[in-house]
Design a protein around this ligand. Structure first.
Ligand SMILES: Cc1cc2nc3c(=O)[nH]c(=O)nc-3n(C[C@H](O)[C@H](O)[C@H](O)COP(=O)(O)OP(=O)(O)OC[C@H]3O[C@@H](n4cnc5c(N)ncnc54)[C@H](O)[C@@H]3O)c2cc1C
Length: 465
């Protein structure tokens, strides 16, 4: 099949307006959010239904052309950037199909934007707890394909814990309909788990049944200054105990991040009077009487201040105050973008190892890149840190050796070099280095079983060939 035969066949499936080939329209889809990875594609195809996705994949199989699924293109490992072949963009499949408030379940198409899903749940008196900085543009298919984490993992788990059922188109076009809302189903292997976190390398997710939760109408939000990482962890354990597991988010932010955000947005300059190396943005959420959580938080933070576990605290007095504090947290990735050379990481550690790791990692930065500044933030409640190092110098030769040293340290502490962003094309070498030979062999066998011709998002997660 020639290129123009394939484009004709794809146009006949999705409509010619949904086959994009002009360079100007393609450009934003061929570069990742950080503008570090550039790709190319024969065309971007935008199907409107599972049947169309299936027909597109069958046509690509026949033509021997590879396919890269793309959601909102907010992924941070460039998994959605194609190297060639067809870019399959899910944006037209954005329907909220059904909300079953009584059954605490919701069926959505894969291209539905996360913020729209949260809103639809709210409109039905329910909560869909997945929340992340990119929620205004990332899609649920992308969230599922990356097993996204975000702000509420501490209480509700990763995306994996929020998915009840999936519909998936396999690489040859066959459709697996696993759209179920069952809480219990032990009929053999749980196939949906294979596709969650597979980053578009095993099939295309086209629909999902999501878990909903009761709303938590009461919340209390604060930013606290703490003297150390260890103090932040001790405060978390205490708040968890005393609030009956009511801590829904617990975000660690270092001083340099607060300064970077303040440079970006002046309103955060005088956030807290006491300058300390570490801050925590935390939220308690629940359904108790009005003001009860706020009272509990004030009392707990007062006690922690007396015991010098906390150095300073600002408790949000209104919803808009709380929104302002959260906006500060969401600004951090943006604020980290403006440096000449950057080492980024997304690591997970056992909670008990976080404080030791941070101290040793700071030591490694001091030895290997003394001019570098550490910008560390993350979802401390989940042991997930973004331990970044930035430098004003454009020379990037220090980045790789230092990141290897940090990943070695992560491995020594029993951690992971990829907590929530996945592997994509950015961390293929690290996967091969830090996963065991048995794990790599199993992953390759699974890939070969589902995609024997390696046409689904080749070169992502596993090295091509
Ligand atoms: C400002 C900012 C903040 C962020 N914060 C967080 C955070 O707190 N936690 C977190 O986990 N991530 C975070 N991210 C990363 C990103 O938002 C998530 O990885 C998100 O889940 C990606 O969704 P997407 O729709 O943009 O997917 P894309 O970037 O389009 O794709 C990501 C991967 O999924 C695959 N894919 C997409 N759709 C499908 C589908 N329907 N079927 C099969 N495969 C598919 C792609 O091929 C690719 O490999 C953040 C990103 C930004 C820019």
């Amino acid at each position: 099949m020639t290129r123009s035969d394939l484009l004709g066949a794809l146009g006949a499936i999705v409509g010619s307006a949904a086959v994009v080939t002009d360079a100007h329209s393609l450009e934003p889809h061929l570069v990742d959010w950080r503008r570090e990875y550039h790709g190319s594609a024969l065309a971007m195809v935008c199907p409107a239904s599972t049947a169309e996705v299936s027909a597109v994949l069958a046509a690509c199989t026949q033509a021997g052309v590879c396919v890269t699924p793309q959601g909102g293109n907010t992924g941070l490992c460039a998994g959605a950037i194609p190297r060639d072949g067809v870019l399959l963009n899910l944006r037209r499949m954005n329907r909220i199909v059904q909300v079953d408030a009584e059954g605490h379940a919701m069926t959505v198409e894969a291209g539905a934007v996360l913020a729209d899903i949260q809103r639809a749940a709210r409109d039905h008196g329910r909560l869909f707890p997945l929340s992340l900085g990119a929620e205004g543009s990332c899609q649920i298919g992308g969230n599922i394909a990356t097993n996204a984490g975000g702000m509420n993992v501490l209480r509700y788990g990763n995306t994996r814990e929020l998915v009840l059922g999936l519909k998936v188109v396999l690489p040859d076009g066959e459709v697996w309909d696993g759209l179920r809302s069952l809480r219990k189903d032990n009929r053999g292997y749980d196939l949906k788990q294979l596709f969650i976190g597979s980053e578009g390398t095993l099939g295309v997710i086209t629909e999902a049944v999501l878990r909903l939760f009761p709303q938590t109408p009461q919340s209390a939000v604060a930013v606290v200054a703490v003297p150390s990482c260890a103090a932040a962890l001790e405060l978390l354990a205490r708040l968890q105990r005393r609030s009956g597991n009511g801590v829904s988010a617990y975000e660690l932010i270092d001083r340099a991040c607060v300064d970077a955000v303040a440079r970006h947005d002046a309103q955060y300059r005088s956030l807290l009077e006491q300058a300390t190396p570490w801050y925590v943005l935390l939220e308690l959420a629940g359904a108790g009487p009005d003001g009860a959580l706020q009272d509990l938080l004030e009392q707990q933070l007062g006690e922690a201040l007396e015991q010098e576990l906390v150095v300073d605290a600002v408790i949000a007095q209104s919803l808009s105050d709380a929104g302002r504090l959260w906006a500060m947290r969401h600004l951090i990735p943006e604020a980290v973008r403006g440096f000449a050379s950057v080492l980024r990481s997304d690591i997970a550690l056992p909670a008990a190892r976080v404080a030791d790791f941070v101290e040793q990692a700071q030591g490694a930065v001091g030895r290997m890149r003394p001019t570098g500044t550490v910008l560390c933030f993350g979802h401390l409640g989940d042991g997930n840190l973004h331990f970044n190092v930035v430098d004003a110098d454009e020379d990037r030769s220090w980045v790789h050796p230092l990141s290897q040293a940090l990943y070695d340290l992560v491995a020594e502490h029993g951690g992971s070099f990829s907590a929530e962003h996945g592997v994509g094309q950015a961390k293929v070498a690290e996967l091969a280095q830090y996963k065991s030979a048995v794990e790599m062999a199993l992953m390759r066998r699974l890939k070969a079983a589902l995609d024997p011709d390696n046409r689904m998002n080749p070169g992502k997660v596993l090295a091509a060939g």
